[in-house]
Design a protein around this ligand. Structure first.
Ligand SMILES: O=P(O)(O)OC[C@H]1O[C@H](O)[C@H](O)[C@@H](O)[C@@H]1O
Length: 557
């Protein structure tokens, strides 16, 4: 496979990065058409990437890089169902879950699109029956509450989407998400729900994840304690999984199971049965609109050449900032309170996909790969961490995301929100020179000695690379398109870096070691011998919590 770092395009980009370059401000002053040239629309989203410090030569070299990495061919391999997740020997076909163009998708010679449609119809029917009160709890009460038990991709996607679509919630319905194995998460949730009206959705691709299995078993025990009988469990527990045997072993009838397949990555699974909690909370039609929004972005992504392809451009601009400008972190800044879980969702989507140091062929990655992703909704972040983005010593790139219209047009809230959305990007790009800072302070009437004292603190370097993503309104369709945009951006970056974006071996080691530590931990009141099998820090940590736990019971008894 191509080692992208060894291509002439990479060398050219390195040269361009080292050469003197106009400031971001100067780029705009020289080229009035810059914003029009460096912006595009697709699937209801508008992207402006002109505030990156990218010259036309750099953009051309980035396109050459995409070509050198054979991006269009790799994209074709994904859509064709080839096993591009080579370490796990799996296809990557989340696009098939939302293809409304009736295309066939083949995995191992089988057209999986029929299965996709059948499972979607099963979800539609289930959702309708719950909403119509045809399916009730064991006392006959409506199942108006959902507790989704899952973690990682079986939690972050559905939770983010349910929160994002709160204006579309079916009246009277509530959805809770329990993910953490910390018993407090489950306990707090169970305290807020009525067992007779609650549907537990156990969401796990593997049905083997420690947190989810532990929470599901405890939820089941709680349900039985609260008056449910064994025979009632079927009315209150459904499973979303690829693993039918494990679902049966857990005690959930496969008739109460919604399936998906190994070619759906966990962090790409909200479009599958994993989206059942979304469908129940916003209605199946809205869930389908979410899928259609993503499909619209897929259609754009699969057809547009890289120079006019929104996910590819976002990826290339990100590669410029990461590999040639040295930005190790990337902020996701949604100016929409309903998108407050988007940064957390994208942390998994991006960092679990592209946080890799080995290339797909096993060779070490010769360049930096996925950046640290972080973020908070605007304007909150402005009063917290933007300081570092404006004036810190590291370069941080950022995506600013906003709907032009609000679902809650109260007074001038939205104008103020948008003013901040726009002004922050402007400030990050233009910065403020020392001369400007001084002139401003003098105009405010400050004494010369104060101007001298404060001037260095009031300088903003500018040139902070930002993208703007604007939509008319946050709807199921635009949300679908936005998520698909990021999915494909991540895909493009992984393809260019030559890494496998669809495995996640990095989560294994900690899991294995936790399995070893667990039996060494004391139950309350239990005396354990001093830990010896680890490094001295780990032994000491085990001993410390064990001492506290042994003593805790003694005090109580
Ligand atoms: O859906 P599950 O099989 O329970 O997996 C839940 C999560 O756990 C794993 O550790 C992976 O790192 C995630 O990619 C996955 O989404």
């Amino acid at each position: 496979m191509t080692d992208v770092v060894k291509t002439p395009a990479w060398a050219r980009l390195e040269k361009l990065a080292a050469a003197p370059r106009p400031s971001a401000r100067a780029l705009f002053e020289r080229d009035p058409a810059r914003a029009a040239r460096m912006s595009l629309e697709a699937a209801g989203l508008y992207l402006d990437y002109s505030k990156n410090r990218i010259t036309p030569e750099i953009f051309d070299a980035l396109l050459a890089l995409a070509e050198a990495a054979d991006l269009e061919r790799v994209r074709g391999r994904m859509f064709a169902g080839e096993k591009i997740n080579a370490t796990e020997r799996r296809a990557v076909l989340h696009v098939a879950l939302r293809d409304f163009a009736m295309r066939a998708y083949h995995v191992d010679g089988e057209d999986v699109s029929k299965r996709v449609r059948a499972e979607r119809e099963k979800m539609r029917d289930f959702t309708r029956r719950v909403h119509a009160g045809e399916l009730t709890g064991h006392t006959g009460a409506p199942l108006d509450t959902v507790v989704n038990i899952g973690i990682g991709g079986s939690d972050l996607g559905p939770q983010m989407a349910v929160e994002a679509l709160s204006p579309y919630w079916v009246r009277g319905r509530r959805t809770f998400f329990v993910s953490n194995v910390d018993g407090q998460h489950l306990a707090d949730t169970l305290a807020a729900v009525d067992p007779a009206r609650t549907l537990f959705i156990v969401a796990s691709k593997t049905f083997a994840t420690q947190e989810t299995m532990t929470n599901a078993a405890s939820a089941r025990a709680w349900f039985l304690e609260k008056g449910g009988r064994e025979a009632d469990v079927a009315k209150h527990f459904v499973a979303l999984s690829t693993n039918e045997r494990a679902v049966r072993d857990f005690g959930i009838d496969p008739a109460n199971m919604f399936v998906f397949w190994d070619w759906v990555g966990g962090r790409y699974s909200l479009w599958s049965a994993i989206g059942l909690s979304i469908a129940l909370q916003v209605g199946f039609d809205n869930f389908e609109k979410l899928l259609k929004g993503a499909h619209a972005m897929d259609e754009h992504f699969r057809a547009a050449p890289p120079a006019k392809n929104m996910p590819a451009i976002l990826a290339l601009v990100g590669i410029w900032n990461r590999n040639f400008e040295g930005a190790a972190a990337h902020a996701v800044l949604p100016y929409d309170q309903h998108l407050h879980r988007l940064p957390a969702y994208l942390q998994q989507a991006d960092m679990e996909s592209n946080g890799k140091r080995a290339r797909a062929d096993g060779a070490p990655a010769g360049c930096a790969t996925g950046p640290v992703i972080f973020g908070e909704p605007g304007t909150n972040g402005q009063h917290a961490f933007y300081q570092l983005i404006h004036q810190g010593t590291d370069l941080i790139s950022a995506d600013f995301i906003a709907p032009a219209l609000s679902h809650a047009p109260i007074g001038d809230h939205h104008e103020k929100l948008l003013a901040n959305f726009i002004a922050q990007q402007e400030a990050l790009m233009i910065g403020r020179t020392e001369a400007e800072a001084r002139a401003e302070m003098l105009a405010q009437g400050l004494a010369q000695k104060d101007v001298d004292r404060l001037a260095p603190h009031k300088v903003f370097p500018g040139g902070r690379p930002v993208n703007a993503i604007v939509m008319e309104k946050l709807t199921p369709e635009t949300l679908g398109a936005l998520i698909a945009l990021y999915e494909h951006k991540i895909f493009c970056q992984g393809a260019i870096w030559g890494i496998n974006s669809f495995d996640q071996w990095g989560v294994e080691l900690g899991k294995t070691l936790a399995g070893r530590v667990l039996p060494e931990l004391a139950r309350l009141g239990e005396e354990k011998p001093a830990a010896a099998g680890h490094d001295v820090s780990t032994n000491a940590l085990i001993d410390r919590v064990n001492r506290i736990r042994a003593a805790a019971k003694r005090e109580r008894s």
